[in-house]
Design a binder for this molecule. Structure first.
Ligand SMILES: Nc1ncnc2c1ncn2[C@@H]1O[C@H](COP(=O)(O)OP(=O)(O)O)[C@@H](O)[C@H]1O
Ligand SMILES: [Mg+2]
Length: 269
């Protein structure tokens, strides 16, 4: 049945997909607020923090804002703190800088990153920004390292602004004594909480449109059920909405009801 549900509703592609292209991202008020803060921090060569629960739209916001920075003027180094270790982070930053063999030691990697950053900013007159997604996974010592890595006193303005995105414990980690030099450079913060019910309605319709269906397939009670069941968080809403479409198709109904959402919810973690 899952392979048929798209056909039942005339959906041209998988709805509520995780990897939507930039031009299909819904520009909510919150997304605009996040982008404004990121632009502000970058213009000051400072730090911005974007926190939010899993699935609240942090990575999507980063992906969206990157599109604002024209590659002729900006180099945005975009990395994800997968293991939390400094070496892994440095390797990713070096890869973003196009450097392959910088050596395996922390000292060599630090030197090489600094050299590249200076070359790009002073030599090539590029503007740089470092964006670290999943920064709440970074080990505590990394915050102290990052401060020294990204500071280049020249006219007393650091060259490398940083955007850190992650779950709320990122704030706790930045409150530790050794993180404070880095934390003192924070000029903007934004917390993404769940969206409200009206925005959820708009969000569901938006994703249906992307998948090729113009009319609203969810009745009001279904929207309420998805909003409540997801806590307004995008990723959970995606799973509930898609699961509810499958349940409605199975029941051969053309409109998705709260009951279909409830059936979908029993499948989710
Ligand atoms: N502004 C948006 N417009 C459309 N879809 C979005 C938007 N924000 C989030 N999503 C959807 O929600 C999913 C989860 O968002 P994501 O940015 O990965 O959350 P987080 O990084 O906070 O865990 C995305 O894969 C995408 O499908
Ligand atoms: Mg993410």
């Amino acid at each position: 049945m899952p392979e048929n549900y798209r056909h039942c509703f005339g959906l041209h592609k998988e709805p509520f997909a995780a990897d939507i292209p930039r031009q299909e991202i819904l520009v909510t008020r919150t997304l605009t607020a996040v982008c404004d803060r990121i632009h502000y921090a970058i213009s000051l060569g400072a730090l911005a923090l974007i926190t939010g629960e899993i699935g609240s739209g942090k990575s999507t916001a980063l992906r969206y804002v990157i599109g604002d920075f024209h590659p002729s003027e900006y180099r945005v180094l975009s990395v994800t703190a997968t293991s939390g270790s400094i070496l892994e982070l440095y390797r990713q930053i070096l890869a973003e800088l196009g450097v392959e063999n910088a050596g395996a030691s922390r000292a060599k990697m630090t030197r090489r990153i600094k050299q590249e950053v200076l070359d790009l900013t002073l030599g090539k007159k590029m503007k740089l920004a470092l964006m670290i997604d999943e920064a709440s996974l970074l080990r505590l010592e990394v915050f102290a390292e990052l401060h020294t890595l990204t500071q280049f006193e020249q006219d007393s303005k650091p060259f490398l602004p940083i955007i850190l995105a992650g779950q709320a414990n990122l704030i706790d980690n930045l409150s530790y004594r050794n993180s404070q030099p880095l934390a003192s450079r924070v000029v903007a913060r934004c917390h993404l909480s769940g969206i409200d019910q009206n925005t959820m309605q708009e969000y569901l319709l938006h994703h249906l449109k992307i998948a090729g269906v113009k009319q609203m397939l969810f009745d009001d009670a279904a929207v309420t059920a998805i909003h409540q069941g997801s806590g307004g968080l995008f990723r959970k809403a995606n799973h509930l909405a898609r699961g509810a479409l499958v349940a409605a198709a199975k029941a051969q109904e053309s409109v998705v009801s709260a009951e279909h959402v409830r059936r979908a919810a029993t499948e989710l973690f």
